[in-house]
Design a protein around this ligand. Structure first.
Ligand code: 5GP
Ligand code: ZN
Length: 116
């Protein structure tokens, strides 16, 4: 998708601080980090978000989580802990419409994530 930021990062036509790339996924630093470690893990295929995911995508979505675990280990937050998040749609504050798994760590996270 030529108008999609994350497709452009996956294709290498938009720079990003990439920490992992393989045949199905790419992981890179978020441009506006909300924690000392804030990475985004995206599939190479364009899916607009979790609402676009069905059984055919279970492999690729599962892969995003195994990449998250591997990268968390590599950046040394596996033991201290981290949070993985998919924001879906307006109420969750989704702003980029290419599926992305946030990986946040390096500080204590609040729960629930926002005040009611
Ligand atoms: P969302 O709000 O859709 O769940 O998350 C989108 C994320 O993408 C935000 O955390 C935002 O900072 C990040 N982001 C937006 N544009 C860019 C960009 O051009 N490069 C990188 N690395 N991250 C971006
Ligand atoms: Zn895309």
């Amino acid at each position: 998708m030529k108008d999609c930021l994350f497709c452009r990062i996956v294709a290498g036509s938009l720079p990003a601080r990439i920490v992992h790339a393989d045949d199905r996924a790419v992981a890179f630093h978020d441009i506006e980090p909300q924690a000392p470690v804030h990475l985004l893990i995206v599939p190479r295929i364009h899916l607009r978000g979790l609402n676009d995911v069905d059984e055919a995508h279970e492999g690729v979505v599962g892969h995003l989580f195994s990449v998250a675990a591997k990268v968390a280990e590599a950046v040394d937050i596996a033991k201290s802990g981290y949070r993985t998040v998919f924001n879906t749609g307006h109420d969750a504050g989704q702003t980029e419409f290419h599926l992305h798994l946030h990986l946040l760590g390096g500080r204590r996270m609040g729960w629930p994530p926002f005040p009611r």
